[in-house]
Structures are given as structure tokens and as C-alpha cells.
Design a protein around this ligand. Structure first.
Ligand SMILES: Nc1ncnc2c1ncn2[C@@H]1O[C@H](COP(=O)(O)OP(=O)(O)OP(=O)(O)O)[C@@H](O)[C@H]1O
Length: 380
């Protein structure tokens, strides 16, 4: 666990980069630090592995004040991933990844076996890529090697500074998703710096929104987007935060409608009805427009998927509704999601007054919706 207690950093030229900062990152939690350029994010991160020393206050790791720990010993417990990955150009991908375990005393064979496992874990087949040199990889592949290398010593803590910054938006989203999948397996305590709000929202269990040298709000993505604590945060998350909230609001059972089950021989109630198979999965459906025509089941989404995914699936099909399935119950259809349901779910994840009522005016909220607590997507 990482803890900052009243930490201030003033550089020699008098710049106050971080001003009286206090927060905690729980074990296994991924916290993103987001904010404009120069607000102190990188300085904050570097005080964890002692690349920068605080002027005042205390940074501790698992209760131990880092200023009392030998920096070399400290950094063995902390993986560090930076945008310019810094791979050794004259070493193969496998050897780059094996360097740290080897330095830590593992035999060459053990280190290479571990490196191959890690490359596999980050989605690079060691047989294909292990023997290549960094210049023979794409930017996205190099960044994956950077992540594999940081994980190689199996550190409990990872510091990541714009780790997916140097690639185009499509590759970036792909890497982010892979990283979330990986994090669900390895559960590191992660502090990740980004200037990209989308990335902060997508990856963070919690987000720290930085103003100048200070944290303006520290909360779940859904709460930061749904209930910005200050005018500054409201401005930073922007007017389209309702759209961003689609990514962090899950499809949940309470916003679904009942499945309008079709009874053979009986006239369909309402405008459409659904035929379920013996396992409760949608087999086909009928619309009152053309009652005699059997239509194939629309694409389904799983409980817990984001509203963003659900909306995309709604747009891809022409049914106007989606079956929602429970993967834990063998893919049984537990309800249907309609555009109205999406709207209700978004409003539910918002404090009283609807998606855009949470203003950044001085009557800032506590950061928590009053009625239904905003749920965030569980990525674990
Ligand atoms: N070594 C240094 N000496 C003096 N000032 C510094 C030093 N390093 C950083 N600063 C200043 O401290 C402030 C915070 O810098 P920092 O790199 O922590 O910001 P950041 O939020 O990570 O920015 P960016 O997103 O641009 O990387 C800036 O004003 C910066 O110019």
C-alpha cells in the first residue's frame, strides 16, 4: 500500500510542484493520476521510488517510510514503466525481459523461462518475438515489452508514467484493455500517470484529478464524472462527461426490462416478443410489424458489460433492444435492455437532477450521489 502524508515538493528554483498532498493507494488497487501538463503528476510518482525526494511530509510503502529504505532495495519492489520504454537496443526482446530476474540472482535459464511467460502474458508470443531486437517491433509491441519487463521481478508495486502514450488511439485502446486483463490476474498496486481523461477513467479503480500541485478530487471514475467535486474538475471532465460515463457504468439488472416471452399460438403482447430455448437463451423473436416472420436473436451483452458496449451493440443491430445474459448462469437471458434502459441506467449513476445537473458551481457535492451509489465496472 502506498501512502502520501502531507507531502510537498519544492524544486531548487522555488517551483512548488506538489503542495501538501495526502492520499492512499490500497493494495491491488489501480489509481490514475490525471491532470494538465506541469501539475505535478510525475513528481508525485517519482517520490515513491525516490527519484525525487519530498521537501516535506512522508511517503510510505506498506507502512515503511521510503526515505529510510535504500533506493536500490526500494526499486526492486517497484516496477517502473515510462513512455520511452528504454529497452536495450542490442539485446533481444527475451533478454531485455530477462535482465531484471537475472540481476536479482535467478539463473540464466530461469530468467529466460520467466521472461517467456511474461511475454506470453502481455500478448507477445515468445517464439515469434523473443528473438527480435527492439527496432524490429512496432511502438505498441515495444510498450508491451516495457510492461513485461517491469513485471519481471514480480514487484508488488508498479509505477507507470504515460505507459501507452506513444501509440495511436486504436492501439492504445487495445493495450489498455490488455493491461486491464493482465491487472485482473496479477493485481499489482498501481499508480499510473496520464494526461488523458479517457484513459484515467477506463483504467482507474479510482482517479486523482490534479489541479496545480494539488488533488482536486479523488474518487471512482463514475463519481468524478457524475459528481465533479469542484468547478475545476467539472471543467476538466468537460461537457461530454455523460458520454464518458457510458464507459464506467455497467449494465445492471435493475435497469432491465422483463423478457416479453412469446407464447406459441397466442397473439404476441405488445410490439415484440421473444422465444427462449430450454436453457433460457434467446432463440428468436417476433415483431408485431410482421407477426409471421421469425427473426434471429440479436447480439447479446453480459451483465456487468459497460453501457458503452451495450449501446454499440444496440446500434449494430436493428432490433432496438438487446438480450442481457448472465454468464454465471450459463448465458441465460435475464432481461432486455432498450434505449430507455440505457437512459435510466445513466441517470441512476448520476446525482439528483440528471446527467448534466451536477455542476461545478460552488455548491460542490461531497462527490457521492445521494440516492443510488454510482457503481463502477468491476474489472476483477
Ligand atoms: N527538476 C526540476 N526542477 C525544477 N522544476 C521542476 C523539475 N521537475 C519538474 N519541475 C516542475 O514541477 C512542476 C511539475 O512537474 P511534473 O513533471 O511533476 O508535472 P506533470 O504533471 O507530470 O507534467 P507532464 O504531464 O507535462 O509530464 C512543473 O512546473 C515542472 O516544470
Amino acid at each position: 500500500m502506498i501512502r502520501f502524508e502531507h507531502v510537498t515538493k519544492r524544486y531548487a528554483d522555488g517551483t512548488t510542484a506538489v503542495d501538501d498532498l495526502s492520499f492512499e493507494v490500497a493494495e491491488g488497487e489501480l489509481v490514475t493520476l490525471v491532470g494538465p501538463s506541469g501539475c505535478g503528476k510525475t513528481t508525485t510518482m517519482k517520490m515513491v521510488n525516490r527519484l525525487v525526494e519530498p521537501t516535506e511530509g512522508r511517503v510510505s510503502l506498506d507502512g515503511e517510510d521510503v526515505s529510510t529504505v535504500d533506493p536500490v532495495r526500494l526499486r526492486r519492489r517497484i516496477g517502473y514503466v515510462i513512455q520511452q520504454v528504454g529497452l536495450f537496443p542490442h539485446k533481444t526482446v527475451l533478454d531485455n525481459t530477462a535482465t531484471v530476474p537475472h540481476l536479482l540472482g535467478a539463473s540464466r535459464a530461469e530468467s529466460r523461462a520467466r521472461a517467456a511467460e511474461l511475454l506470453d502474458l502481455v500478448g507477445l508470443d515468445p517464439k515469434t518475438y523473443g528473438g527480435r531486437y527492439p527496432e524490429q517491433l512496432s511502438g505498441g509491441q515495444r510498450q508491451r515489452v516495457g510492461v513485461a519487463r517491469a513485471l519481471a521481478a514480480d514487484p508488488p508495486v508498479l509505477l507507470m508514467d504515460e505507459p501507452f502514450g506513444a501509440v495511436d488511439p486504436v492501439v492504445r485502446e487495445h493495450l489498455q484493455n490488455e493491461f486491464l486483463r493482465l491487472q485482473a490476474q496479477v493485481r499489482k498496486t498501481v499508480l499510473l500517470v496520464t494526461h488523458d481523461l479517457e484513459e484515467a477513467v477506463r483504467l482507474g479503480d479510482r482517479i486523482a484529478v490534479y489541479g496545480q500541485g494539488r488533488i482536486e478530487q479523488f474518487d471512482t471514475p463514475a463519481t468524478v464524472l457524475g459528481a465533479p467535486a469542484t468547478a475545476y474538475v467539472a471543467d476538466f471532465v468537460g461537457a461530454d462527461r455523460s458520454l464518458k460515463r457510458l464507459s464506467v457504468t455497467p449494465v445492471d439488472p435493475t435497469t432491465l426490462e422483463e423478457v416479453p416471452v412469446h407464447r406459441p399460438g397466442a397473439p404476441a403482447d405488445g410490439s415484440w416478443s421473444v422465444v427462449l430455448d430450454a436453457d433460457g437463451r434467446v432463440e428468436s423473436w417476433f415483431s408485431a410489424d410482421e407477426p409471421g416472420r421469425t427473426r434471429p436473436a440479436p447480439e447479446a451483452v453480459a451483465l456487468g458489460a459497460s453501457l458503452r458496449e451495450a449501446l454499440a451493440a444496440l446500434m449494430r443491430g436493428d432490433a432496438g433492444w438487446l438480450p442481457v445474459i448472465d454468464p454465471a448462469a450459463g448465458g441465460r437471458c435475464v432481461g432486455v435492455l432498450t434505449p430507455d434502459g440505457v437512459h435510466r441506467a445513466l441517470r441512476r449513476a448520476t446525482p439528483a437532477g440528471g446527467p448534466d445537473a451536477a455542476s461545478g458551481e460552488s455548491g460542490a457535492t461531497s462527490g457521492k450521489p445521494d440516492d443510488a451509489p454510482a457503481e463502477t465496472l468491476s474489472r476483477r
